[in-house]
Ligand binder design. Structure first.
Ligand code: SAH
Ligand code: SF4
Ligand code: F3S
Length: 440
């Protein structure tokens, strides 16, 4: 039996579990619900809870069901529950079969219809909307909120046509679509007016953005003209879409931050082929050479998968080798997780969990070493920090360096761009002391 539910929600909470685009979607859903007259819940408890889910690895996807269970209150009631995001897209009606405790299932391309779905759920039906409608959700969403964080996300491109053999994103997000120049510029201006000093352009393959013959670097160049905007970033890029213009932008546009997240996934050409990555370790390194020629101090981030089906010790050694050659400022690494419906899930030679564990540990140890080395290089130097949020202690703030390192500073205010002298560095953050404040 289902628990009693409050079917006329006054307050809401959106919890996002996935990538930056998933976080962006969460913000847009919150703005949409606010525009409908619902209030963001003050504490943990809300009348409507939106779980904005991620399907990229099994662990993330399975976690949804325990999260749903935890929404039950001590008195046996529960909020109205919406499952949004990529699990909603991938599992659809299956979610209703697995649990009684969900009232709405809505995919990443349909969430502009959330208000109607809440109404339908309030009437007791269990609506399912995983359409990928031809009319973009962006055209139906309300304007951006009047107040946003100092560092804001802006989705410019969505979906993926690359079909890496391990990945669910082409199925959960659909085909590659670029938003229009004007829609992006309008949203960027709204974000800057609302207090954003930094904008991170988002896309599953953000550097594949193109509209009317224009490419991502043209967009960055235009955004750099916005007076209130101090910093521009973009993520995630695919090696095959790394155009000359974008590389040159790293040399020519000071507001474009010296940071590039460019996943290579593996250092073994055999595995890259099986992954359908359509680049080799050598072609990847050649791109990095050009990027570093344009911007010698650029920080390189990446993603790695260990234990892809068929990965031998030699393949894994090749991954360690490419990491050594790249020299990351940071990088993410994951154990391969077989995803339903993807080609790799049914490949022979799935790798044993113990082998994956051991490889992941070795890879992560190397990455942490590189991260510490990268951070240490800044000790004793002066750098610019955008203060983004309060720190743990009173008066303390946390911001980001141009290279995306977290910097803890005593003083300043959120939204300020200040100069600090770096006095200490650990694997995950640096300590800065305020020098002169920069003119805003
Ligand atoms: N569009 C981006 C990011 C996609 S998801 C890109 O092309 O790089 C983020 C990362 O999750 C991927 O880069 C990959 O390293 C990892 N990932 C994707 N599917 C995975 C799977 N089935 N198992 C383990 N890691 C996976
Ligand atoms: Fe997934 Fe590959 Fe597309 Fe990235 S490029 S989203 S890893 S299919
Ligand atoms: Fe996860 Fe979907 Fe992003 S699967 S990583 S939330 S695109």
């Amino acid at each position: 039996m289902g628990a009693p539910v409050n079917r006329s929600p006054q307050t809401y909470r959106v919890k996002s579990f996935g990538c930056q685009m998933n976080v962006y979607d969460g913000e847009r859903m919150a703005e949409l619900l606010s525009a409908q007259g619902l209030a963001p819940a003050e504490g943990e408890d809300a009348d409507l809870v939106v779980l904005n889910t991620c399907h990229i690895r099994e662990k993330a996807a399975e976690k949804v069901y325990s999260d749903i269970g935890r929404l039950r209150r001590e008195d046996g009631t529960r909020p109205l529950v919406a499952v949004a995001g990529c699990v909603a897209q991938a599992e659809g009606a299956e979610i209703y079969r697995r649990t009684r405790d969900v009232d709405i299932v809505v995919g990443p391309q349909a969430y502009h219809r959330l208000p109607e779905l809440v109404d339908a759920a309030a009437r007791g039906s269990r609506p399912l909307d995983t359409d990928m409608p031809p009319v973009s959700k962006f055209d139906a969403l309300p304007a951006r909120a009047r107040q946003v964080r100092a560092s804001a996300f802006l989705t410019v491109q969505e979906g993926c046509d690359k079909f890496c053999t391990y990945c669910v994103v082409p199925y959960t997000r659909g085909a590659e679509v670029s938003r229009s120049w004007n829609a992006i510029m309008d949203e960027a201006k709204a974000l800057v007016d609302a207090g954003a000093r930094e904008i991170t352009l988002l896309g599953q393959n953000v550097n594949a953005w193109s509209y009317d013959g224009r490419h991502l670097h043209d967009l960055i160049e235009e955004l750099a003209k916005l007076p209130g905007l101090a910093r521009i970033r973009y993520t995630t890029s695919h090696p095959n879409d790394m155009r000359d213009g974008l590389i040159a932008a790293h040399r020519d546009i000071p507001k474009l931050m010296p940071f590039l997240h460019l996943p290579v996934q593996s250092g073994s050409d055999r595995i890259l082929k099986a992954m359908n990555r359509s680049h080799t370790s050598a072609s990847y390194l050649a791109i990095l050479d050009r990027v570093r020629d344009a911007r010698p101090d650029i920080a390189i981030s990446g993603d790695y998968i260990v234990g892809f089906p068929g990965e031998t010790d030699a393949d894994f050694e090749a991954t360690l080798e490419i990491v050594r050659r790249i020299g990351h400022s940071m990088a993410f690494s994951f154990k391969y997780s077989p995803r339903p419906g993807t080609p790799a899930a049914t490949m022979a030679e799935q790798i044993a969990p113990e082998v994956m564990d051991e490889r992941l540990q070795r890879l992560q140890a190397l990455i942490v070493e590189q991260q510490i080395a990268f951070n240490q290089r800044l000790v004793g130097r002066r750098t610019e920090v955008l203060l983004e949020r309060p720190g743990k202690y009173p008066g303390q703030l946390i911001g980001k360096s141009p290279w995306l390192q977290s910097i803890v500073v005593d003083g300043g205010a959120v939204g300020e761009l200040i100069e600090v002298d770096i006095v200490a560095a650990g694997p995950n953050s640096l300590t800065g002391v305020m020098s002169d404040r920069l003119a805003a």
